[in-house]
Design a protein around this ligand. Structure first.
Ligand SMILES: NC(=O)c1ccc[n+]([C@@H]2O[C@H](COP(=O)([O-])OP(=O)(O)OC[C@H]3O[C@@H](n4cnc5c(N)ncnc54)[C@H](O)[C@@H]3O)[C@@H](O)[C@H]2O)c1
Length: 455
């Protein structure tokens, strides 16, 4: 913000902005999961005093003891943040000490595949009594356009013990208001090619002061903040990004099915197409979508679209194709076993990889879970190996209660099924020691062996 426009800011916003710019601002982050914890560490590293809030007591205790619960975050990073004042608590009254409050809580789907905004709503309810005049409150959870304005702001205003209101889109109030913005998270777990601070941060305020406060705050940890005109634009930007991925993954998944019938290697095709220096971005087929974002977020928009009598056909079609992939994997295992004169019923299968993508410890919505269920339904005995998961217990849909099996005696399995292409696996050795390998990820690229089924 220019000095001129700063001058017209009301005092409560100007003071907040100065605290943010000088990094004296205190930042409260609600939800210390895959998004909130790394964000807390970034703010702490940049010199802000950070307090994390979570209802999960175990996370609070672990952080207090300097322990990490996310594989890719070493305990030393937590300890270093703690030495710079980072603390974690479940006491929401401490929110009133903060200059900025950022919410990073889950936004899953219900059993009926509708948006479950209960976490956002409950968080806003718990935070509301402690929101202070002049504070900037930012929602980061992925959600449909309208959530900040239609859900979060009314809950915060209704619960404000001081009777505060959000700054309206009209003239700037001198007192009695707080500021609200939406800024989507753009994390790509496991991606080491882009430093987090190089990822531009999209920010949309309810009105211009909120945009400025939030954008300036993020400029403290990211190289660029992209200011957009409203919370709705910021919310929909995130959905566009994820729908773009979801639809393109569905496209290559469908083309893979055709390529398999035609005897064409889809991976080689994608590699060749990727040499085009413009107009093509590679997406890769796989055993189905996983993670907290791509399988879920598009349906937030298709749900909201119904309010406008609008069918989001691309989203529905992409969902249909992507959701059929686990069944395709099971069919390919059956085919592979068949060539070895084995029935699925009674066969022993070792699944490699439970995480939804390589080299990460995130199991949410992983297609491996669905494939285990489907294989078991057909009478197969399924074991798994995944260096990131010593145990797999209860998930959103399944209670598998399984323990990681060592990677020895591979020849004792009727089939080894590669679901996640973790870098630690020695694929040539796996192929040479197994009777049958079904590969859903092209992990065996370049290997020529009669026992490999690529699917
Ligand atoms: N994980 C990703 O890679 C990623 C990427 C981009 C966007 N997002 C989005 O970010 C949001 C958070 O995702 P995540 O992966 O960090 O989720 P997560 O489940 O890892 O973490 C959420 C945290 O919020 C806490 N929480 C739940 N309700 C709470 C409440 N009422 N008060 C305080 N804490 C509460 C939980 O205990 C948990 O620690 C989601 O909307 C998600 O779609 C996630």
């Amino acid at each position: 913000m220019s000095n001129n426009s700063q001058a017209v800011l009301p005092k409560i916003a100007r003071e907040r902005l100065e605290r943010i710019e000088s990094r004296k601002a205190k930042v409260g982050i609600i939800g210390l999961g895959y998004v909130g914890l790394p964000l807390s560490l970034l703010f702490s590293e940049a010199g802000f005093t950070v307090t994390g809030f979570d209802i999960d007591d175990k996370k609070v205790t672990d952080l207090a003891a300097g322990r990490s619960y996310i594989f890719r975050i070493p305990a030393e990073e937590i300890q270093s943040a703690r030495s710079k004042g980072f603390t974690a608590t479940s006491d929401f009254s401490k929110l009133s000490d903060q200059d900025a409050v950022i919410m990073c809580v889950p936004t899953p789907l219900t059993e009926h595949r509708e948006p479950d905004l209960s976490y956002v709503e409950n968080t806003a309810k718990s935070a509301a009594p402690w929101i202070r005049e002049g504070q900037i409150v930012i929602l980061e959870s992925t959600t449909y356009p309208g959530t900040t304005e239609e859900l979060m702001i009314p809950v915060l205003e209704a619960g404000s013990s001081a009777g505060l209101k959000v700054q309206s889109k009209g003239s700037a109030a001198e007192k009695g208001v707080f500021y609200v913005a939406f800024s989507p998270e753009r994390e790509d777990p496991g991606n080491t090619s882009v430093a987090r601070r190089d990822i531009p941060k999209v920010v949309g305020g309810h009105e211009p002061i909120a945009t400025e406060l939030a954008a300036t705050l993020y400029e403290g940890i990211f190289k660029r903040a992209i200011r957009v005109s409203s919370t709705n634009v910021a919310e929909m930007t995130k959905l566009l990004e994820n729908i773009y991925r979801c639809v393109n993954i569905a496209l290559v998944n469908e083309l893979k099915l055709l390529a398999l019938r035609m005897g064409v290697d889809i991976w080689e095709v994608i590699d060749a197409a990727s040499t085009k220096p413009f107009g093509f971005h590679p997406f890769y087929p796989g055993p189905g979508l996983g993670g907290h974002c791509i399988p879920i977020d598009p349906f937030y928009l298709s749900w909201k679209a119904k309010e406008y009598d609008f069918n989001t056909r691309f989203i529905e079609l992409a969902g249909e194709v992507n959701e059929s992939m686990p069944a395709h994997v099971v069919q390919s295992v059956a085919k592979g076993l068949n060539t070895h004169k084995k029935a699925m019923n009674g066969s022993k299968i070792l699944m490699l990889g439970m995480a939804y993508k390589k080299d990460i410890d995130d199991l949410r919505e992983s297609p491996s879970l669905t494939v285990i269920e489907l294989l078991r339904e057909q009478g197969a005995e399924v074991l798994y190996n995944d260096p990131y998961f010593p145990k797999v217990g209860r998930g959103r849909h399944y209670n598998l209660n399984m323990t990681c099996t060592p990677l020895d005696k591979l020849d004792e399995y009727d089939c080894v099924l590669i679901m996640t292409d973790h870098s630690d696996y020695n694929y040539p050795e796996i192929v040479s020691k197994s009777k049958l390998v079904v590969d859903t990820r092209n992990a065996t690229k370049g290997l020529k062996a009669a026992n490999i089924v690529r699917c």
